[in-house]
Design a protein around this ligand. Structure first.
Ligand code: NDP
Length: 262
């Protein structure tokens, strides 16, 4: 099978597409000719990021929309607006990437720090908004890619015999991976595919909260011996968004430098 990925004339939504892994995903979609609506929470620079990409890749549309994914009503509104403002009137694929990490002792963490609203419900609202529109319009080629984490499966350490204190993060990522598989099963009859990309350690602001010695320990524990660059997460996302993966749904792909081999 010979294939290429060409997103020319197609529209995508990337939550948290203004920085970190999400920005790398936005950039990769745009480089493949696709238009992107970036949904961001509060970064004032997001509209400039979108403008910069439009200048760098003439012919594509990139626009930023303020949208906290924990606000179900707003998510639904923004999906409708994007459908109206982007040529062709349909969003072809969605990347539910927005997420937060909180490192806290299990004996100290408070209820408000268990931010399932962002990591689980935010993904649900995003996926639901896409599926509602696709089912209503009878569009049977929609693809949703959820960015979870290898933390859906494994309990990391910040040093030898020093657990990472990720009780919220681990449980939220296990939930979001499981939820995405349930959605894949439920929406398969509508032709909607839902797949998961689960990164290992990636060099972004989120992982930058770990002190240097923790990041060095983590790098040494990865078979490939280092953190991933955000761009190294994008090939699997593009594949799963594209029709090349038309028979793939409900899968969780780990892009972790071999961490889960152990
Ligand atoms: P960053 O912290 O660098 O960026 C987070 C992005 O998510 C920002 O664009 C932020 O918007 C957006 N965001 C957060 N909360 C909300 C919200 N409630 N509504 C809308 N947007 C929101 O994160 P990463 O790029 O590192 O992580 C991206 C995803 O990858 C996350 O789901 C994360 O858990 C996952 N991941 C990351 C790993 C890593 O090592 N970095 C490893 C494994 C998985 P704004 O800029 O406006 O705040």
């Amino acid at each position: 099978m010979v294939f290429s990925i060409d997103f020319t004339g197609k529209n995508y939504i990337v939550t948290g597409g203004n920085r970190g892994i999400g920005l790398a995903i936005t950039r990769s979609i745009v480089s493949a000719g696709g238009n992107v609506a970036i949904l961001y929470r509060s970064s004032a620079s997001a509209p400039q990021v979108a403008e910069g990409l439009e200048k760098e890749f003439p012919g594509v549309k990139v626009k930023a929309y303020q949208c906290d994914v924990t606000d179900q009503k707003r998510v639904g509104e923004v999906f409708k607006i994007v459908g109206e403002e982007f040529e062709g009137g349909i969003v072809h694929g969605v990347v539910a990437n927005a997420g937060v990490a909180i490192v806290r002792d299990a004996l100290e963490i408070g209820e408000e720090e268990f931010d399932y609203k962002t990591n689980v419900l935010g993904v649900f609202y995003t996926a639901q908004a896409a599926a509602r529109i696709w089912i209503e319009k009878g569009f049977r080629q929609g693809s949703i890619v959820v960015i979870s984490s290898m933390s859906s499966q494994i309990y990391n350490q910040e040093g030898l015999n020093k657990p990472l204190r990720h009780v919220f993060y681990n449980s939220s990522k296990a939930a979001v991976s499981s939820m995405s598989k349930a959605l894949a099963a439920e929406w398969a009859p509508h032709g909607i595919r839902v797949n998961i990309v689960s990164p290992g350690y990636v060099a972004t602001e989120q992982s930058g909260v770990h002190p240097k010695e923790v990041r060095e320990f983590q790098s040494a524990s990865v078979p490939l011996g280092r953190y991933s660059e955000p761009a190294e997460q994008t090939p699997q996302v593009l594949l799963l968004l594209s029709e090349v993966s038309s028979y793939q749904t409900g899968s969780e792909v780990f892009v972790d430098g071999g961490y889960l081999i152990w």
